[in-house]
Design a protein around this ligand. Structure first.
Ligand SMILES: Nc1ncnc2c1ncn2[C@@H]1O[C@H](COP(=O)(O)OP(=O)(O)OP(=O)(O)O)[C@@H](O)[C@H]1O
Ligand SMILES: [Mg+2]
Length: 154
């Protein structure tokens, strides 16, 4: 798929919101890309689309590692694993407790999850681009992810 150009933070928010609105089952989403590329910005939009109350201000879960935002029918779990040095630490942050259920899990810096063979339904790659400011590539694997992307680009 051709990458999506995002010239402003608002465009990245809108992409997240559109995806959030279309989610109709538990979903895991990986957000890859350099510092400041727009991952947390995307999560803010995603939260809005999922119906997370606007009372919640979406911040980087830099110290907590996992932020939980209630929404109906899906709870949103926002993880930032930048500071995790080993997958052994996943146990301490309660990762196992959130993966089985019908939740939406969105993970910044997901690379370490490879060590435990955790699979994502959707993966987004955020890149800097001189012309367009940001370039966002989206990949799906498995039927739930493919269905979501086909609805998003209908
Ligand atoms: N097209 C764009 N998409 C997203 N953010 C943009 C865009 N243009 C400018 N920005 C700005 O870039 C910054 C992106 O920060 P954000 O916290 O979303 O990055 P991040 O990828 O989560 O970084 P980190 O890896 O440090 O968590 C914000 O200040 C945002 O306003
Ligand atoms: Mg971030």
């Amino acid at each position: 798929m051709k990458p999506i150009a995002s010239k402003t933070a608002e465009e990245t928010l809108a992409l997240g919101e559109a995806m959030g609105r279309l989610i109709s089952q538990g979903m895991s989403i990986a957000l890859k890309g350099d510092l400041g590329a727009g991952k947390t910005t995307f999560v803010k939009g995603l939260a809005k689309g999922l119906g997370v109350s606007e009372e919640y201000y979406i911040t980087s879960p830099t110290f907590t590692l996992i932020n939980e935002y209630p929404a109906s029918p899906f709870t949103l779990y926002h993880l930032d694993l930048y500071r995790l040095s080993s997958s052994d630490e996943l146990e301490y942050i309660g990762f196992d407790d959130i993966i089985d259920d019908n939740h939406v899990i969105v993970v910044e810096w997901p690379e370490i999850l490879k060590d435990i063979s955790f699979e994502f339904d959707i993966e987004l790659h955020f890149q800097f681009d001189e012309q367009y400011n940001r370039r966002i590539s989206i990949f799906a694997s498995g039927q739930p992810g493919i269905n979501l992307l086909s609805k998003l680009f209908l």
